[in-house]
Design a protein around this ligand. Structure first.
Ligand SMILES: [Zn+2]
Length: 108
C-alpha cells in the first residue's frame, strides 16, 4: 500500500493523463484507477477533480446521459503543460530509481 502522501500525486497524474485522451467522469476514472490498483472512494476522487478544475488544469462540462446530468472533465492547456513537465520528471525518476535497484544497499 502506497502512503497517502505519495498516492495522491500519482492519482493526479493519472487523472490528467486520461483527461488528455478523452473526457473523463467520476465513476469511469474510479474504475480505471482501480485497474491500476489505486482504490479511491468518491469522497476522495470528487474533491480531487474539483481542485484540479479550480486550479485550471481541467475544465468541467455537463452532459445529459439517460436522463441524468453527468459531469465530464477534459484537460486544459495548462493541464497539458503540467502533464508534459511531469512526463519528463517521471522518466528521469524512473531511470534513477529503477536503475539503482541493481546495486541497492536497502534491497528494494
Ligand atoms: Zn490509467
Amino acid at each position: 500500500m502506497i502512503d497517502r502522501e505519495f498516492f495522491l500525486g500519482f492519482v493526479k497524474i493519472h487523472i490528467l493523463y486520461h483527461a488528455s485522451k478523452e473526457p473523463i467522469f467520476g465513476v469511469g476514472i474510479i474504475e480505471e484507477l482501480g485497474r491500476h490498483g489505486y482504490y479511491l472512494s468518491p469522497g476522495t476522487l470528487y474533491p480531487t477533480l474539483h481542485r484540479l478544475a479550480e486550479e485550471g488544469y481541467l475544465k468541467q462540462d455537463s452532459k445529459l446521459v439517460e436522463g441524468k446530468v453527468r459531469k465530464y472533465y477534459t484537460i486544459t492547456d495548462s493541464g497539458v503543460e503540467v502533464l508534459k513537465n511531469a512526463r519528463g520528471k517521471i522518466s528521469e525518476l524512473v531511470d534513477e530509481v529503477l536503475d539503482d535497484c541493481n546495486n541497492d544497499p536497502i534491497h528494494l
